[in-house]
Design a protein around this ligand. Structure first.
Ligand SMILES: [Zn+2]
Ligand SMILES: [Zn+2]
Length: 138
């Protein structure tokens, strides 16, 4: 597991993630693409995350099971957080010096529009497969 520091664009929020899974995920779901204008490249950080400048973090409940946080000053997307486990998924690009990470799985692969695709060799999970998984896990 890697440990790393993330910053929003304006510097009002600094996040230290104690454990980062080097196998990152990509989500093609409508909510992620609507949120960021593109698929969400996310690293799993577990619940052990320290947020400095949390007065500048707005948390939006994006579904029954998770919320999304962003900087109120510059709009940088900071995290997707599962309500039940408290686990954070954070955008790959906000971390400094993340090395030796690998695209591992693409979520909602059947929701990916035709106008892009990645050449990375990854696992893929469709919407139906994800719903079946979470019915057991949550
Ligand atoms: Zn900011
Ligand atoms: Zn998504």
């Amino acid at each position: 597991m890697l440990s790393s520091i993330a910053n929003c664009l304006c510097g009002a929020v600094k996040i230290t993630a104690g454990e980062i899974n080097p196998k990152f995920t990509v989500c093609h779901c409508d909510t992620c693409r609507g949120w960021g204008g593109a698929p969400f490249f996310a690293v799993q950080c577990g619940p052990n995350v320290k947020i400095e400048g949390s007065d500048n973090v707005k948390i939006y409940p994006s579904s029954d099971w998770a919320s999304r946080g962003f900087c109120t000053e510059c709009g940088t997307h900071l995290f997707f957080k599962f309500k039940k486990s408290g686990d954070y998924n954070m955008p790959v690009g906000i971390f400094e010096n993340l090395r030796d990470i690998e695209m591992d799985v693409q979520y909602f692969s059947d929701r990916r529009p035709d106008y892009y695709c990645f050449s990375n060799k990854t696992k893929e999970l469709s919407k139906a497969e994800i719903i079946a998984y979470f019915e057991n896990a949550l």
